[in-house]
Design a protein around this ligand. Structure first.
Ligand SMILES: Nc1nc2c(c(=O)[nH]1)N[C@H]1C(S)=C(S)[C@@H](COP(=O)(O)O)O[C@H]1N2
Ligand SMILES: [Mo]
Length: 525
């Protein structure tokens, strides 16, 4: 019995959510109730919680939050259903409290108006109505045995083949009506989900991306040197394929921006604010650059690093055109989803920052910022690599703290020289002649000049270096090794082009990147 009402609660909530999804499809898919709640939870946690989430769940952190929200909604919906059996008002109060979470989360969004709350309000109304109707219907015709004549009991009486359809007493539930009502609302929910899907696909950027053609670069990159890939197996490709490029951002729903609707506003502390369209951007001289980008949250030995051939236009001339006020100390960029990023103006020009439209010969993938993102060699992504960028302001740090700044991360975070062992993998391996190999990087230090490997507590040995097209890509390295049977500890360290050796001091990723040597243990047999 209780189970029936729990299921009715779930059906009501599912119906309400589908209505919320439908309304969000009309306004903005990012405003769907589950997404607004998940996004605000993602934006909320203090740096330490976030840090723990990233370390524990990695790039799955966002999905973990979404699943958590779904589980909470499911549990509360079941409780609402159970309560509604005897106290409909209580079931409705629980339902509406859940919907209120969506409303509060939506209203807390800094850049969206009241519209962001409308899907959650619709979801609340939908679930409330569904719950009331289902509970009523379920209870109908369940008057104590002996009473006669209600319409529902007549309907229920029609199905007597598998026993009485109506349980006697106030414990009763009109099974047939429950079934019809439940399936009815479930069917409506499915229909409205399908409609929402359709509406969402209208606003998707897939078609826009598929039809955008990349201009030829005025300054093409030279073909990659033949020796960028170390001549051993087990090291990832020098050019990271788009499909396996790490993705890090705060977006629960990937922003969908049509190229033809995209604009980029240059404003803030500038003398001549102006706005670019995508067509304007295509008129700018395009350059092609091989650049490795990396996340500040990349743990020692981690995978939040990738290398691509980017196509874009230099950002400095566009900033100069706006005329930056000399009092400004940062470039403050904003994504269409409201995420913000602070980039130090000091030393920016020397890095040759780019406004990027192409990645490895394709229009930027939607996940990686279609139609336009920033890429700045030598700075961690959180202070440089704004995806779906729509506004670039000259500003001061004092006036405008960015998304990660207010969460305790550094404002100046050049990529630290680093290195990683990719071959062999930790654990069991075959004894005998083999190779140790991996990647190293020094995008902020004039490239990798040297990589050394230490086996057990032996001397540091120079590894062979693969070729590189420029100092702002990672560099592969390898060292032949005769693995004797037994347990071994392997360590790696890099030296940058300025002669600075990677520090062995272990430090956490927050606030400006992890340090320490990547160390693995293998057992050769
Ligand atoms: N709009 C937006 N851009 C963003 C972020 C974000 O959360 N939102 N994250 C940044 C961070 S922390 C990194 S490391 C890079 C990652 O870029 P990728 O996902 O293309 O690898 O994007 C940057 N750009
Ligand atoms: Mo990042």
């Amino acid at each position: 019995m209780i189970l029936v009402y729990a299921v009715l609660g779930l059906v009501a909530a599912g119906f309400g959510l589908s209505i919320g999804q439908l309304v969000a499809g009309l306004i903005d898919p990012a405003f769907a109730p589950i997404s607004v709640v998940a996004s605000s939870l993602i934006d909320l946690p203090p740096a330490v919680v976030k840090e723990w989430m990233v370390q524990t769940f990695g790039t799955a952190s966002k999905s973990v939050v979404v699943v958590g929200v779904c589980v909470a909604v499911i549990v509360l919906a079941a409780v609402a259903g159970i309560q509604a059996r005897r106290r409909l008002w209580l079931g409705i109060v629980i339902t509406d409290l859940v919907a209120a979470m969506g409303v509060v989360a939506a209203l807390a969004r800094p850049d969206d108006g009241f519209g962001a709350a409308v899907p959650s309000i619709a979801a609340g109304l939908g679930s409330t109505i569904a719950l009331a109707v289902l509970v009523r219907v379920a209870g109908r015709g369940t008057a104590p045995a002996g009473s006669t004549g209600s319409q529902a009991s007549v309907i229920a009486g029609a199905s007597t083949t598998d026993g009485p359809a109506v349980d006697p007493g106030d414990q009763g539930v009109n099974r047939r009506a429950v079934l019809i009502g439940g399936l009815g609302f479930a069917g409506l929910a499915a229909a409205s989900m399908a409609a929402a899907q359709f509406l969402g696909s209208r606003t998707s950027a897939v078609a826009s991306r598929a039809t955008s053609l990349l201009p030829l670069p005025a300054s093409p990159a030279a073909p990659l040197p033949a020796g960028v890939q170390a001549p051993i197996s087990g090291i990832q490709p020098f050019v990271t394929p788009n499909a396996s490029f790490y993705r890090i951002d705060t977006a629960v729903i990937v922003p969908q921006v049509q190229a033809q609707e995209w604009t980029l506003e240059f404003s803030g502390m500038v003398r001549r604010p102006y706005t670019l369209t995508y067509d304007d951007l295509l008129q700018m001289p395009m350059v092609e650059r091989d650049v490795t980008i990396m996340c500040v949250s990349n743990p020692i030995g981690g995978n939040y690093i990738g290398n691509a051939r980017w196509l874009g236009t230099p950002l400095m001339p566009l900033l100069e055109q706006a005329g930056i006020d000399s009092a400004a100390d940062q470039v403050f960029s904003t994504s269409v989803d409201g995420w913000t990023c602070s980039t130090p103006l000091a030393g920016l020009a020397e890095r040759e920052p780019l406004l990027v439209i192409g990645m490895n010969g394709e229009p930027l993938p939607i996940d990686h910022g279609f139609p336009v993102r920033m890429v700045i060699p030598g700075l961690y992504g959180f202070i440089s690599a704004t995806k779906w960028v729509t506004q670039i302001e000259a500003a001061t740090y004092a006036d405008m703290p960015a998304y990660w700044t207010v969460r305790g991360w550094a404002t100046d975070a050049p990529v630290l020289t680093g290195s990683k062992i990719e071959q062999p993998n930790p654990g069991a391996m075959k004894a005998g002649p083999t190779n140790i190999g991996g990647v190293a990087w020094a995008m902020d230090g004039d490239g990798v000049a040297r990589v050394e490997v230490q086996v057990d507590d032996g001397p540091w040995q120079d590894a062979n270096l693969a070729e590189v097209p420029n100092p702002v890509t990672w560099r592969q390295w390898w060292l032949p090794w005769d693995a004797t049977p037994g347990v071994h500890i392997l360590r790696v360290r890099a030296t940058n082009g300025l002669g600075e050796v990677q520090t062995p001091k272990e430090r956490d990723v927050i606030p400006s990147g992890a340090t320490g040597y990547h160390t693995i243990e293998v057992e050769a047999a």
